[in-house]
Design a protein around this ligand. Structure first.
Ligand code: B12
Ligand code: SF4
Length: 508
């Protein structure tokens, strides 16, 4: 029987995390942090689609068994929509008086289609740590919501957005209710075996990001703001998870964990003796400013691999992407070389197929990016390469949104459109449907990716054995070296048989 608190609680809330990965569920930090904000004030139930075979049945059973007042759902683009949409719709049909609330990156960036669906009442736009309890208070007492920050809702036919709240001090937020989650789903199920360790903890230590890359969905929500929890605060939480649940590795889920060198080094010094391996996301230009001794200590403290948005080797394009202005192609190469010295594996992601004025330009840029990636690999063969195709961030009303619309590109209008197979591929940044990208270019990107993954299988797929890597490498070598990427069916077949994982979609 899941934990239900006995003290008198006001409302009962069901918090749903739709399925986001086929395997390896992670600690569902979004709903966990939201639960923390109402802990001991309202009763709550967790349902995690990653650990349920039929989450809709589970949710409807809860609705039948007890009075639930609010349904809260976290949504990122892509596969989570496949459960979030039909289940939210069903709840509204069966229980029209239940308040339905969505939070997370998808609804914050897509308020129109979400609210026009008619089955979502409120969107929490960015952090919900204050907004959610205030909204519940308003729902319970029938109060107006217009004074609550970080909220989007519909009044009559108008979509209204309230003011953005200043970023909160993470050290002052309530502790995450891990033990309550554990009563619904054993926490051990979330501490999976990954490339980093046997029991990997997913941890989120900061809000936002201080940069404004023009393609990034974090920017409209955080507007170049970043605030991190203190090194000591992070350490205390990790130590708790290590001692209580035997966590032995950490995946930092921050958009940009390494913003502050001081915080990273302090954390490294604290975690050093805990014998844990860790990973996080960073910017090349930020980390290239780190002192040698800082890089050495973070490696010594267990940081084995870092994810960086390299994007492209073309300086003009980097500028267009507004990568903060200081990242250059030369720096990307130099930094891959520099990390070799510290035995830290750079995981570089590239965005291919960026908007171009002509077909020739678009194709030329793809060819150059492919050559650049090969240069990175030649300098530091351990570099992990992640390839995305450029997908416009559909932030309604933004300048880029308008430019992309002007190019003939159309975003889905209804919520249901988002779960069509074509749009799912768009979300996974695999097939962007952008007018400047022709099918042969998409094929080229995909074929190169297949050959590259064949010749350099990812280190992070721990099920992939050495002998398997050797076979697939030898099959792909000729193609990689001669640049003949077309029709790589033999590599694809092996990847399919051996269920090759792509870390960009499923994580490690
Ligand atoms: C973990 C994660 C994943 C994991 C999920 C793991 C698992 N098994 O569950 C994996 C690796 C599978 C994944 C995959 C993808 N992801 Co992802 N993911 C994240 C990540 C790193 C952390 C999410 C998290 O836990 N955050 C911590 C919590 C505390 O923060 P939060 O979610 O923002 O929650 C706060 C508020 O948003 C709000 N809130 C959130 N939910 C709710 C719900 C309610 C009811 C309320 C009231 C409030 C609320 O309140 C919370 C507390 O303040 C985020 C980046 C990030 N830092 O958030 C990207 C992120 C969400 N992912 C993103 C993307 C694009 C994807 C992919 C589509 C990428 C791809 N190309 O493959 C895939 C597909 C998703 C899928 N399969 O459904 C983007 C979304 C961007 C966008 N365009 O909207 C992000 C922002 C990364 C990025 N910077 O680009 N992802
Ligand atoms: S540095 Fe990363 S998280 Fe920050 S704005 Fe750029 S792409 Fe987004």
């Amino acid at each position: 029987m899941p934990y239900i608190c006995n003290t008198t609680m006001s409302l009962t809330v069901l918090l749903f995390n739709p399925r986001s990965a086929n395997s390896k569920p992670r600690i569902p930090n979004s709903i966990l942090q939201i639960a923390a904000s109402i802990n001991n004030k309202h009763e709550y139930i967790f349902v995690d689609g990653n650990l349920e075979t039929d989450p809709q049945k589970k949710i409807l059973d809860y609705f039948r068994e007890r009075k639930i007042h609010v349904f809260g759902c976290t949504v990122m683009p892509g596969p989570q929509l496949k459960q979030a949409i039909p289940i939210s719709k069903k709840i509204k049909q069966l229980y029209p008086n239940i308040k339905t609330i969505w939070g997370g990156y998808f609804p914050s960036n897509q308020p129109k289609s979400v609210l026009n669906s008619g089955y979502i009442d409120y969107i929490v736009n960015g952090p919900g740590d204050n907004t959610f309890p205030q909204l519940l208070n308003a729902i319970e007492n029938n109060l107006p919501v217009n004074g609550i920050k970080n909220l989007i809702y519909k009044k009559e036919d108008q979509i209204l957005k309230t003011a953005k709240e200043d970023l909160l001090d993470l050290d002052k937020l309530p502790e995450l209710p891990y033990e309550k989650l554990n009563a619904f789903y054993p926490l051990q199920k979330y501490l999976g075996k990954t490339y980093l360790g046997k029991k990997t903890i997913a941890y989120h230590s900061s809000f936002g990001c201080p940069f404004t890359c023009s393609f990034c969905a974090v920017v409209p929500i955080y507007n170049a703001r970043w605030k991190g929890k203190s090194a000591q605060g992070i350490y205390n939480d990790i130590k708790f998870l290590k001692e209580k649940y035997n966590g032995d590795a950490i995946e930092f889920h921050d958009n940009n964990f390494f913003v502050s060198e001081k915080r990273t080094v302090e954390f490294a010094k604290l975690i050093k003796n805990e014998n844990m391996i860790w990973w996080g996301e960073a910017r090349i230009d930020t980390m290239d400013k780190y002192k040698d001794e800082s890089l050495a200590i973070i490696r010594e403290a267990g940081c084995k691999m870092i994810f960086f948005g390299a994007e492209t080797g073309n300086d003009a394009v980097l500028k267009k992407m507004d990568k903060g202005g200081t990242q250059t192609g030369a720096q990307i190469l130099k930094f891959a070389e520099r990390l070799k010295k510290f035995d830290i594996i750079p995981e570089y992601s590239f965005v291919l197929g960026i908007p171009s004025d002509t077909e020739e330009e678009a194709d030329k840029q793809i060819n150059e990016d492919i050559e650049f990636i090969k240069k990175v690999k030649a300098i530091n063969p351990k570099t992990e390469i992640i390839i995305y195709t450029y997908s416009p961030v559909p932030t309604e009303g933004s300048e880029m949104y308008n430019n992309v619309l002007a190019s003939g590109f159309k975003f889905p209008e209804t919520l249901e459109d988002w779960i069509s197979p074509a749009w799912e591929n768009f979300d996974l940044r695999k097939n962007p449907l952008t007018p400047w990208l022709k099918p042969y270019m998409i094929d080229k990107i995909k074929n190169f990716e297949t050959v590259l993954n064949g010749y350099f299988p990812t280190e992070s797929d721990i099920r992939f054995k050495k002998w398997q890597k050797n076979i697939i490498r030898s099959w792909s070598g000729l193609r990689y070296h001669t640049g003949f990427y077309k029709f790589p069916y033999e590599i694809k077949a092996l990847q399919k048989i051996w269920k090759y994982r792509q870390p960009e979609i499923e994580g490690f």
